[in-house]
Design a binder for this molecule. Structure first.
Ligand code: SF4
Length: 364
């Protein structure tokens, strides 16, 4: 259980307790997330690396990203792909195109393939998700890689069918667990409905990823609240990203944010849940930001995008993609400089198996 009573909130004492098996409680999280610089947080990062090492050794995994439909019915005001934004690149990739991209990612050696879509009216308003099931099935058959499906909010029976089709992980990001703030950012969406989709995925036997967005007007208390919520639910993976102001959106004029908050959250999550898969996303600062995130305890580099296929990223939609700097070889170069290596598919499969059976919060 998190330590709620400790009086010593020095970074050293908090880290020592975490290494001894006592994760931070709310006061400790607040102290850690209030650190003012990367330099000041180095003891935290060293602790996060040590805890990652105890679970994963010297390995970090890679995840390939396939954004197969960029159409969306929603109006999240932080998102480039919100409905009606003419600045967003819009496309729907065919089954054949997606399989070809997945084959390319598999040949590069990614450990996971993340099939992501906006809440495309073609599926989400018709209720016919057959093309998504077929895509999961085809990519799984072609590559043999585990598949993360990120379809937005979908009914429980659809989630079950996605699992039957071959998905291993369901990703659905709340971004914040402050309900009022959620409704200001995910305009017109239901906090509880989104949360319930993750519960349904767990009941269906999928691993589950929640996510946080930092630097979007959220406070330190909001981040503490979100970390505790995610930890209490005992999910398996967490995606952490810094908000990037996007052209054509209501938040386009917000200042560009430092990644410090994201990196602090990454490290504190490792102290909370040492076995979780946590992200170093190429979406925020691309390859240049990877080392800092991995140094903070991240265990998977995400948003690797196969070049020359016209695919977009979530943020920095086109940055570094066609130049081939968001590829496995590019990421391996960074990992090598940090004395790390990419995990094998067998090691990733072993983590999946351990996660399936290790939930502190029982699967209902
Ligand atoms: S964050 Fe997702 S649900 Fe929201 S507008 Fe963007 S693509 Fe749609």
């Amino acid at each position: 259980m998190p330590n709620e009573t400790s009086a010593d909130l020095s970074i050293e004492a908090i880290c020592e307790r975490a290494l001894d098996g006592t994760p931070p409680g709310a006061p400790e999280l607040k102290a850690l997330l209030s650190l003012s610089s990367i330099e000041a947080a180095e003891p935290l990062f060293a602790t996060a690396r040590e805890l990652r090492h105890r679970t994963f050794g010297d390995i970090v995994f890679t995840s390939g990203f396939v954004y197969f439909s960029t159409y969306c019915r929603n109006h999240c005001n932080f998102c480039l792909y919100r409905k009606g934004n003419d600045a967003a690149p819009r496309y729907r990739k065919t089954l054949e195109e997606v399989v070809a991209v997945a084959r390319g990612l598999a040949s590069e050696g990614v450990n996971l393939i993340d099939l992501t879509m906006g809440e495309d009216p073609l599926t989400h308003e018709s209720g016919d998700y057959t093309p998504v099931y077929e895509m999961i099935e085809a990519v799984r058959a072609e590559t043999g890689k585990p598949i993360m499906i990120s379809p937005g909010v979908v009914p429980a029976d659809v989630i079950e069918k996605m699992k039957e089709a071959g998905a291993t992980i369901y990703a659905c990001y709340q971004e914040t667990h402050n309900k009022d703030f959620f409704h200001k950012r995910r305009v017109g969406q239901d906090y509880d409905e989104r949360a319930a989709a993750r519960d349904a995925a767990r009941r269906a036997g999928l691993l589950v990823e929640d996510g946080m967005l930092t630097g979007i007007g959220d406070t330190i208390d909001d981040r503490v609240n979100s970390i505790l919520n995610m930890s209490d639910h005992d999910w398996d993976l967490a995606r952490i990203m810094t908000f990037v102001p996007e052209e054509g959106t209501p938040l386009a004029n917000l200042p560009v944010q430092s990644p410090l908050h994201e990196i602090l959250v990454t490290a504190t999550l490792r102290l909370m849940r040492p076995t979780w898969m946590t992200t170093a996303s190429l979406d925020c600062e691309s390859l240049a930001g990877t080392a800092a995130r991995v140094n903070a305890g991240a265990s998977v580099v995400t948003s690797i995008i196969y070049p020359e296929t016209g695919l977009a990223g979530v943020a920095l939609a086109e940055h570094d993609i066609e130049e081939g700097r968001r590829t496995v070889p590019a990421v391996l170069g960074v990992l090598g400089e940090l004395g790390l290596r990419q995990g094998t598919d067998e090691e990733y499969a072993a983590w999946i198996e351990r996660s399936r059976t290790a939930h502190v919060v029982p699967v209902a």
